[in-house]
Design a protein around this ligand. Structure first.
Ligand SMILES: [Zn+2]
Ligand SMILES: [Zn+2]
Length: 238
């Protein structure tokens, strides 16, 4: 190791994005977190709702999107990494999730040719407060990795959704109604919709609906994490 690298490592040690323990410079997770993080098994997951087939929620429900994929289910490790990214805008967390989401897309949507990437928008007030929209950051990363065009500002959020973690599934779907609208047409396009977390799917469903109204041919979703039904109460996403 060069002297310069030794000094940099001593001054700015690279830390596991989930637990904060010190790791090698080119890694994102420590060995423990890497082994424990709950990855989606693409063969055992429902292609539509993304949940393990035995927990599938597609029955008796009509979604506006054609599929959901994600690299991880929201166990403690993946959640800790996502929250670090969401609340601190750590660019290496964004790189980690974008890289893992790109792998999920290649595994799940290998036969689909996307025209463009759209992200779930954030209301202006919320974006000003936080300083960035995490879904937009992930979409930018994915656009670079996958070489798919980023369609900016296609969707807009009218106002801030209420915190949804205590709401039932029905209430969450009702809560996001009318919040999103489209700004631009995407006629005839096959869209990859990006969000940070899928909880019930209410947000991405409402956004997919708007994209179809804007003329999209088809909408497929990718999120950083996907929440299983029993963990929903603990999550803020929708
Ligand atoms: Zn760790
Ligand atoms: Zn399903």
């Amino acid at each position: 190791m060069k002297v310069f690298d030794v000094i940099i490592n001593a001054l700015f040690p690279n830390k596991c994005i989930a637990c904060g323990s010190i790791i090698n410079r080119d890694e994102f997770l420590c060995d423990y977190c890497y082994g424990k993080i709950e990855r989606m098994d693409y063969f055992k997951a429902c292609k539509r709702c993304g949940l393990p087939k035995k927990l599938c929620e597609c029955k008796n429900r009509v979604f506006h999107f054609s599929g959901v994929t994600a690299p991880f289910y929201s166990g403690d490790i993946a959640k800790a990494a996502m929250y670090r990214f969401k609340f601190n805008k750590l660019s290496f967390c964004s790189r980690f999730f974008a890289y893992e989401m790109a792998k999920a897309i290649k595994n799940t949507y290998f036969d689909i040719c996307f025209d463009g990437i759209v992200y779930v928008p954030m209301s202006t007030i919320k974006k000003l407060k936080r300083g960035f929209n995490q879904s937009e950051e992930l979409a930018k990363g994915l656009s670079k990795i996958l070489g798919i065009k980023l369609y900016k500002d296609v969707l807009v959020a009218k106002h801030k959704p209420e915190q949804q973690h205590n709401m039932s599934l029905k209430e969450r779907f009702k809560n996001v109604k009318g919040i999103y609208s489209f700004n631009k047409k995407v006629t005839g396009k096959t869209i990859l919709l990006v969000d940070d977390i899928k909880t019930t799917g209410a947000t991405i469903d409402e956004c997919a609906k708007q994209l179809l109204l804007a003329g999209a041919n088809d909408v497929y979703c990718v999120t950083g994490l996907l929440t299983k039904p029993k963990e929903r109460k603990k999550m803020n996403g929708s």
